[in-house]
Design a protein around this ligand. Structure first.
Ligand code: ADP
Length: 398
């Protein structure tokens, strides 16, 4: 069975065609600048060089059509015909409280996804456009929606409720939802496989540290708390997002600088985080480079980032009443030994002890704690596409 995984952004689209018999990737690619001049498709058949296809792509339907063409291309395609695409799995950012699990997509489901748009006005519309385009192009192929928020629907009320008037939760759905759920779930399940430990009775903190970053406290295999909230803006310091700040800063800025809601929103989402503090870049590689050369603001950005992650680890250990396993994943978590070291330094009192040599590792599944460390610390590369494909396989077969 072959599953096509699609992740539609506002002007981009990532895809993977996965053979679910052995979970191998047959082809993958990325479309950029959809609806903008200079649209480009970068397609890669497994074991072959990347091909770059430059063609105008005015909308997602045109882009998906080109992806499908690339997949069956006699030269760089991965299958002979589209009949070999057995199901499509779509990443959907926000499922609100409607979706606690992945779901087989029907018209009713699409309508329910549309109702979640006001909670994720940036992310859900392109996800839905991608689904509708695929439905037109592959009308008989079953499609599944996999939600970033779904894994966190197990959070207890004291984790997800905001201390605002309760009516706002009832009327507008203002509560914490959490994101990156597919990634947090994947790495926690992978840990169970690797260690042979049952998720039941195990307390795990997963650190998804990429451009967007979040931590999740996982108890008995279920999300117990997570750092992102109603939107992905809450929580850790991120590439360009501020994470937790005093909410009074919003009105203060609006009054002092005559800023509009859009301007404040843009400032907190696009100009803050490690970019805002360092003034160097949102990319941790650039900031680490600048800090090494003595740039004080770059160092401060890294210090603030690690300090925030450290505080969350402490608070989640307290929230769960202990910690057995700590996992690092995503771009920075998988690749940056200095960041992992800085985060774990000083957490020995919790039983976290990093082995300096084992920690010199990139993008591999490996334990980086010492043999004596009470808490086992791992690097686990995330694989959200595979997780989406697995759910799609199960639901499409029903
Ligand atoms: P997203 O999917 O949220 O865009 P990723 O998980 O791909 O993010 O992570 C991207 C980030 O990972 C980059 O901004 C970069 O800062 C960081 N990163 C990747 N490789 C390294 C590395 N070798 N050292 C430090 N940071 C890295």
């Amino acid at each position: 069975m072959n599953v096509l995984v699609i992740n539609c952004g506002s002007s981009s689209l990532k895809y993977q065609l996965i053979n679910m018999n052995d979970e191998s990737v047959l082809a993958k690619g990325l479309v950029e600048r959809i609806g903008i001049e200079g649209s480009v498709l970068k397609h890669e058949k497994a074991g072959h060089d990347k091909v770059v296809i430059q063609e105008p792509m005015g909308n997602h339907k045109v882009a998906i059509n080109l992806v499908l063409k690339a997949l069956v291309d006699p030269e760089h395609g991965a299958v002979k015909s589209l009949d070999e695409v057995d199901a499509v799995g779509h990443r959907v950012v926000h499922g609100g409280e409607k979706f606690a699990n992945s779901v087989l997509i029907s018209d009713e489901v699409i309508n329910a996804m549309k109702e979640c748009i006001e909670l994720a006005s940036l992310h859900n519309p392109p996800n839905i456009i991608g689904i509708e385009a695929c439905k037109e192009l592959l009308p008989t192929v079953p499609m599944v929606g996999v939600f970033d928020t779904a894994f966190h629907q197990t959070m207890p009320a004291e984790s997800f409720i905001y201390p605002l008037p309760y009516e706002l939760y009832e009327e507008l759905g203002i509560r914490r939802y959490g994101f990156h759920g597919t990634s947090h779930k994947y790495v926690s399940e992978r840990i169970a496989d690797l260690t042979g430990k049952s998720l039941e009775g195990t307390k795990i903190i997963t650190c998804h540290l990429g451009n967007g970053a979040s931590l999740t406290a996982i108890k008995d295999g279920k999300s117990f708390d997570t750092s992102m909230g109603m939107t992905p803006l809450e929580g850790l310091v991120m590439g360009t997002r501020c994470g937790d700040i005093d909410p009074a800063i919003v009105t203060f800025l609006m009054n002092k600088k005559n800023m509009t809601t859009e301007q404040v929103d843009n400032l907190m989402n696009k100009k803050s985080g490690v970019l805002g503090i360092s003034g160097v870049s949102s990319d941790f590689r650039d900031i680490e480079g600048a800090a090494d050369k003595g740039n004080k603001r770059a160092k401060l950005a890294l210090d603030k980032f690690s300090y925030t992650v450290k505080k969350y680890i402490g608070s989640y250990a307290a929230a769960m009443g202990g910690l057995d396993i700590l996992v690092f994943t995503a771009g920075l978590g998988e690749n940056s030994s200095p960041a992992r070291f800085q985060i774990c330094e000083g957490l020995e009192f919790l039983g976290i002890e990093i082995d300096k040599d084992r920690n010199i590792v990139r993008g591999k599944e490996v334990e980086i704690s010492t043999n004596n460390s009470k808490v086992k610390v791992f690097v686990i590369p995330t694989n959200e596409e595979l997780m989406i494909a697995r759910d799609t396989k199960i639901l499409a077969a029903k």
